[in-house]
Design a protein around this ligand. Structure first.
Ligand code: DAK
Length: 260
């Protein structure tokens, strides 16, 4: 598929997907969401991809939100339908990817942009980034998981403040809140993202997927996260990657989990 709104670039096992609508500060329209879904689905099925980096094009923005021009005239029914579709195609999809997704926040991450970053497994930011959920200033609430994931990441008190004030915070505050793991100068952002992705790719792909499922299990209705961990843990013992990992340790060599 040819993409209009995103760029993809694979180096080694790391796939970088860049949202590429810089004139609109990479705002997410429907077409961009569909393209992201397509690229992420392909990455999820591809054994040659070990980790995914999501970032935005240009110096200014990761993603400045959902495209306001697109949702300005929505009805109640359309708003609900598209919120559900967006959850399924992108935000829940990213969270449930079997490969780690790193959001490299290179500028504004607002509204749907912060919601996308919060769906990712790891967030890092450049020092010019500013993040917030300004939806209530537009007469709506965060509709792509923001009310849930922000509270999970930073606690309810800070989530209530960020959502109800519609304010933006800088990276120092975002890091102290636990919303981003690392802050680096703008020109070092992608190097750090690739460094983290590279470390991930040395480990067992099967165990990484199992760990993602186990961590996510804690946030799923009616699922006992500890029980999910027990099952995922047990299943690891039946895999060739477990044999390789333990054998390599005993033989005092580095494990090679990606033999073809
Ligand atoms: N959508 C569309 N265009 C946007 C945009 C956005 N979210 N953000 C920026 N742009 C466009 C601007 O209109 C401008 O276009 P031109 O006028 O040049 O044609 C261009 O990007 C550059 O923006 P500015 O001139 O405003 O740049 P500044 O440096 O002055 O300001 C800013 C940067 C990020 C502070 C400002 O652009 C800004 O406040 N942007 C809007 C932020 C925002 O409110 N984002 C939306 C949050 S609400 C839904 C589910 C979820 C959602 C919606 C619907 N359904 C399922 C239906 C989520 C909603 C949100 O994300």
């Amino acid at each position: 598929m040819d993409y209009t709104n995103i760029l993809t670039n694979q180096e080694g096992l790391v796939l970088t997907i860049t949202i590429n609508r810089p004139k609109q500060l990479n705002a997410l329209n429907k077409e961009t969401i569909n393209e992201l879904h397509h690229a992420l689905t392909a990455a999820n099925q591809d054994n040659a991809v070990g980790a995914v980096i999501l970032t935005g094009s240009g110096e200014k923005a990761f993603v400045a939100g959902a495209d306001i021009k697109e949702f300005a005239d929505f009805s109640v029914e359309k708003g609900q339908a598209l919120s559900a579709e967006g959850h399924e195609l992108l935000f829940n999809f990213v969270e449930k990817m079997t490969k780690p997704v790193i959001a490299a926040i290179n500028g504004f991450a607002l509204g749907g942009g912060l919601e996308l970053a919060m769906s990712a497994h790891i967030r890092i930011a450049s020092d010019n980034a500013r993040v917030g959920l300004p939806e209530v200033s537009l007469g709506v609430i965060p509709g792509y998981g923001g009310t849930q994931r922000l509270a999970q990441l930073v606690g309810r008190g800070k989530a209530f403040e960020m959502v109800t004030t519609a304010g933006m915070i800088g990276v120092e505050e975002a890091q102290s809140w636990g919303l981003v793991n690392h802050v680096v100068p703008h020109d070092e952002l992608m190097a750090l993202a690739n460094k983290i992705a590279g470390k991930i790719c040395k480990n067992s792909p099967n165990a990484i997927s199992a760990a993602i499922r186990a961590i996510n299990a804690n946030y799923e209705d009616g699922v006992n996260g500890y029980q999910a961990e027990i099952e995922e843990f047990g299943n690891c013992f039946g895999t060739p990657e477990f044999v390789e990992g333990t054998t390599a340790f005993l033989e005092k060599r580095k494990a090679n989990f990606r033999k073809d």
